[in-house]
Write a protein that binds this ligand. Structure first.
Ligand SMILES: [Zn+2]
Length: 224
């Protein structure tokens, strides 16, 4: 799989989604997971994508995208909440490791989104540092409410879009790299039941989406 490392956002996206299709179909290749690959990577890494995903145990990045060692630079937090260290990690992946793609990965039945919806509904603050996660997800939940959302998938898609907007807004480095065409940011939602990932928004990459594929979400990829 590493014969030709993707150098463009499109190549990286196609490689990543091809892996997800293999996983969803139950025909994974488990690439780049042997001792030879491990040895090849001893001196350097050249991952082709940064992945900011939810920490949910069912969302293991290299498994659901059928990748291996050295392929993905992964940052995962509950509800893909993006604080300073997360933004710094994304910038490291893009600027130092030259990743041509950044993926924000959300999923249905997300506990962080559900907890935030509950916190917004009853107005009670969460205990401990869980509060920080809830506070990061709250703007997405409020925006989805304001747009009339009622279904889980609408809240999930809104939170993925908001996270893409957030990382682009907060990280000047990332926005510059996207503007220069060196990387792109894509928001994906993942379905736990069938293992498939679907684009809901993109920056720096033109991604046509199937409206029937995303009920309750904006039937287009936003390109800016
Ligand atoms: Zn989650």
């Amino acid at each position: 799989m590493s014969d030709a490392i993707p150098s463009s956002p499109r190549e990286a996206y196609d490689l990543l989604l091809a892996g997800n299709r293999r996983f969803a179909a139950g025909t994974p290749l488990h690439p780049n997971q042997d001792a030879a690959r491990r040895a090849d990577l001893t001196s350097a890494q050249r991952p082709f994508a940064v992945l900011l995903g939810c920490s949910d145990s069912r969302l293991a990045a290299e498994i659901i995208f059928d990748q291996g060692l050295g392929d993905l630079f992964v940052v995962r937090t509950a509800g893909h909440a993006a604080g300073p260290e997360v933004l710094g990690s994304i910038e490291y992946g893009v600027s130092v490791l030259d990743c041509p793609l950044v993926v924000v990965l959300g999923h249905d039945a997300c506990g962080a989104v559900a907890a935030t919806r509950a916190a917004v509904a009853d107005g009670r603050a969460a205990p401990g540092y869980l509060r920080d996660v809830i506070e990061r997800v709250t703007p997405s939940v409020l925006a989805a409410h304001a747009a009339g959302a009622s279904e889980d998938e609408e809240f999930i898609a809104t939170h993925v879009r908001h996270t893409v907007d957030f990382v682009m807004d907060r990280s000047r480095e990332l926005a510059d790299q996207v503007a220069r065409g060196r990387t792109a940011v894509v928001g994906l939602t993942y379905r736990l039941a069938d293992g498939s990932a679907h684009p809901v928004t993109a920056r720096g990459l033109d991604l046509p989406t199937d409206p029937s594929d995303h009920p309750g979400t904006t039937p287009r990829a936003e390109v800016a």
